[in-house]
Design a protein around this ligand. Structure first.
Ligand code: PMP
Length: 282
């Protein structure tokens, strides 16, 4: 089956889809992206992801080339053409193509818009969640505006590769004061001995995960206390539970951090409960 990508107004066979070598996304990582999970043909948490998309563009002063309705039309067509009912939609918008020069190009430069869709095996993700996953800790080497969802992902790529080489599913990144910021592509959570949920405050140091925000509201509605504060690797290793959240992994229990088991080394009941609650909600 031919896969299709969307590039600047046209659907093209995925294998032939291209952008110019002087695109600012390619040259400078001067681009933002967004990812929606798709279940049973529906976008999950669509509004939250659209809101973050607009915010990322605004923060970088890239003009939004489409309306939300425009994106939704393209996404629907992309899902149809690629026959995706369970998977994800990826959108990237760069500041456009211009002669290489660090400062912004002329205001008339059109942003580059690329969209792809792919199938994901939700059953495999469920098996991973049922078993629980391991994470390793690494220094957080990223820049000071991690709240903007830019394609500037080299430190995340290196961290994820280190995790894979260590047989772990994720790397938890640790700031200069020894506190966990987040995972390479997920937000980080622990559950304390008293059953309080803890996740780092949403400032410039972490991506404001849409799943994080949704789980926070859901957990509060279920009667849990949620504290937004930072925590160390040691606090996480000795916590009752640890888990991670993201649009494509939902809520995934963590059973090992570096060389130490978390809790009794099995997925924690709060994480399991929140995962089912999230999937029911959506
Ligand atoms: N942190 C980082 C660094 C991420 O890349 C992601 C997801 N791409 C997340 C957290 C989770 O965000 P969301 O729940 O919106 O997928």
């Amino acid at each position: 089956m031919t896969r299709f990508a969307y590039v600047n107004g046209c659907f093209q066979p995925h294998a032939d889809a291209m952008i110019h070598i002087e695109d600012r996304g390619f040259q400078f990582a001067d681009a933002i992206y967004e990812v929606w999970s798709v279940r049973d043909g529906e976008l999950m948490d669509a509004d939250g992801h659209f809101a973050r998309l607009e915010r990322s563009l605004r923060e970088l002063r890239i003009s939004n080339p489409k309306t939300e309705a425009g994106y939704r039309l393209v996404i629907a067509e992309l899902l149809r053409r690629n026959r995706v009912r369970d998977g994800l939609v990826y959108l990237q918008i760069s500041r456009g193509r211009a002669r290489r020069d660090h400062a912004f190009p002329a205001a008339t430069t059109r942003p580059t818009v690329v969209m792809t869709a792919k199938r994901l095996d939700h059953a495999a993700a469920q098996r991973r969640a049922d078993a629980g996953v391991a994470v390793i800790s690494l220094p957080d080497l990223r820049w000071g505006r991690r709240d903007i969802k830019t394609v500037n992902l080299l430190p995340n790529v290196l961290a994820k590769q280190a995790a894979a080489e260590a047989g772990a599913a994720e790397a938890w990144l640790v700031d200069a004061s020894g506190q966990v910021t987040e995972g390479a592509s997920t937000n980080a959570w622990i559950v304390t001995a008293d059953g309080v949920l803890v996740t780092r405050q949403a400032d410039h140091d972490i991506l404001h995960g849409i799943t994080r925000a949704r789980i926070m509201r859901r957990a509060q509605a279920m009667g849990y206390t949620v504290e937004e504060r930072s925590f160390s690797i040691e606090e996480a290793q000795t916590a009752r539970e640890a888990f991670m959240t993201s649009a494509t992994s939902f809520v995934t229990p963590i059973v090992r951090i570096d060389d130490r088991p978390v809790g009794n080394g099995a997925p924690g009941s709060v994480a399991v409960e929140l995962r089912s609650a999230y999937l029911e909600l959506i």
